[in-house]
Design a protein around this ligand. Sequence first.
Ligand code: CP
Length: 368
Amino acid sequence: MLRLRHFIDLEEYTTDEIMQLLELANEMEARVRFEKATRGGSTISPLLPYRVMASLFWAPSTRTRLSFETAKLRLGGSVIGFAEAASSSVAKGESLADTIRMSAHYADVIAMRHPKDGSAYLASKFSTVPVLNGGDGGHLHPSQTLLDLYTIYKEFGTLKGLKVALCGDLLYGRTTHSLSIALAAFDSEVVAFSPVELELPGHVTEHLKRYGKTIEQRRELAGNLDDIQVLYMTRIQKERFVDPAVYEKVGHAYILDKAVMATAPTQMIVMHPLPRVDEIAVEVDADPRARYFEQAFNGVPARMALIAVLLGQNHLHGKQGTNWRVPTVFEGSCPNQRCITHFDSNATPEFYELEQGKLACRYCDAPV
Ligand code: CP
């Protein structure tokens, strides 16, 4: 019998499975480009007619929502959903679990974004159809990571042995959390550029130890990029700061401009999940090393591959990834005040053993 698989966390897929998804994304990209060139941009021959995707976005998004929806439409079938909590019955107090239960009756797959850490795992517990995590609070953003890996793979032909610098808001930046763990799984190195206040959180650094990786921390960008192949810039996320004074201090800590780019290697590429504010000066857009708009385009073929696999149109071969988190009994609560367990009574606390004697929250991975 086919096992219901979600896409909550990239670590539930083996590196071999991720490579198969990237190869499939490559095929999808060729189809999209061919159709655009020959039919003036109309949808490609439907691969998944009659299948419905629910696009449930409780938090703002441009790229993730639109590229998930475009991906489904290009595969055939249709899309239902909402783009903000205010236009759903959440505004009347309906829980995430109930919304998911209903949507699983209406649709064959659910793409979602929610402001609370761990919300995607909660959704997966109440869904009878695959759930695709389009970002759960400041926790993870695995479909972004899939398109990030696809962008890097197209550029370098490998995901192994690279040195990737993550820069900016590494504390709240869910894209950097998912990406650093994925790069570690592929045996690439991660270098962090961030203010002290915005270093990678414990749930990420603890996970990296599973792959025998530690993070090299640097501060200044200029003159410190000689050994870097990918510079992954991120926005410092004002909306996630509890203390506005801390944002005032670090909010503009990194500006990538022509002067900094002049100190960077000619083969280095610049990525950014977008949206950007001021961390990449517009003058860098014309630099041949800028990849962030192509990266955003890659979201469509990467998400087409994901939807096609989770709806059974295409299949991943070989050993399947599993849930590596081993549950354990613990009568406590999650220390992360942004975790969904503090906001939804359906989110019964669950914990797992991160390593001997160290527990973490099953929803948001916060070490206990
Ligand atoms: N990269 C990304 O998640 O962009 P959106 O917030 O616009 O979806």
